[in-house]
Design a protein around this ligand. Sequence first.
Ligand code: ATP
Ligand code: MG
Length: 392
Amino acid sequence: MNELFLLKLGEIVLKGANRWQFENKLKTNVARRMRPFGEFQVHIVQSTVYIEPENEDCDLNGAWDACHYIFGVVSLCRCRPAKKDLDDIFRTAMEYLEDDLRLARSFKVESRRSDKRFPLTSIGISQEIGGRIAEALPQLQVDVHNPEYTVYVEVREHAAYIHGPAEPGAGGLPTGVGGRAMVLLSGGIDSPVAGYMIAKRGVELECVHFFSYPYTSELAKDKVLTLARLMTRYCGRMTVNIVGFTEIQEAIRDNCREEYFTLIMRRFMMRISEKIAHAHGCKCLVTGENLGQVASQTMEAMAVTASCVELPIFTPLIGMDKEEIVTIARKIGTMETSILPYEDCCTVFTPKHPKTKPTKAQVDEACSPLDFDALIARALENTEICKVRYHG
Ligand code: ATP
Ligand code: MG
């Protein structure tokens, strides 16, 4: 086979005795991600995942693109194997990289030799191959300090591998090593980013969305499903639990004091999300909350909201500036969908003067006209489960 991919493991290499579990998970994840693109062999040797196409029918470009979204990989390269002798390494380097080399003014060769039986040292390999390339392409200068292009030669167990500069991987830990989380997914900019950040730590995601038809439209629901689908590019398949929230919002509006509307609504969200989380084996809730961004995101408000559930609520965006969040939203491809102008249920019945420094006692009191358990039970009955998966 004349081209394969090498994926370098990230933080996994810092793991101790349980490292093999992380590696096995990553191997399974990679194999699953490759499946739509043909038959590939996947194995891990010396902190590197090898992905080799088994036949000519594989969609190499599709597979290569998908490799950029696999958590647990710190960098990746496409490479060509050569026999472990200098003539074949040189010939392969020229065949495979000559076009790239011709675009550069200077280059160097960087070598690594994990097979210590190979007669030359890394420096020896670099000098020998670098010298031959410089001779073959006289317009190209050798520059070992600041080259425009670097040729890499890795002499490993079964072959030597030749490649150009590696590309950054998705980072993080392999999906599935860190359990499962329930993301409260609105249609905004923040919550998809929050979900992505938790997913990056090796966590599988499920989502819950609160939907207040007719105050929020079918388009708002489609938007959330689109966002979820975009997230699955990184975190794999998930379910979005769409909870009918209209009755609860109307009950709050009709029975509670206006300045507490949002806080009470958020308590319902947490309680319902916790129940759905238990049903899906999720061990935490995740929100896109961000300190000081809106009235319900003060320390006091967040404490009062969190006090009605036992699961931990993770808020990975808590200390970030909007600009930092937007940069990630653009990188993961959710930004354009997030800014489509559909209502969120949070913007329905927003109080004119929301309470920003509530106490738990005040909110308990403000909630007292409502039968939480009955309203929650009906909302759960009124939940639609949508499965989403990535498809191009
Ligand atoms: P986002 O950009 O994610 O919508 P936001 O800055 O607009 O966040 P809020 O609307 O106050 O902030 O919501 C805070 C968090 O509560 C959201 O990040 C999300 O996790 C959750 N949330 C808000 N509305 C909904 C909803 N309709 N369904 C599910 N979760 C929601
Ligand atoms: Mg919002």
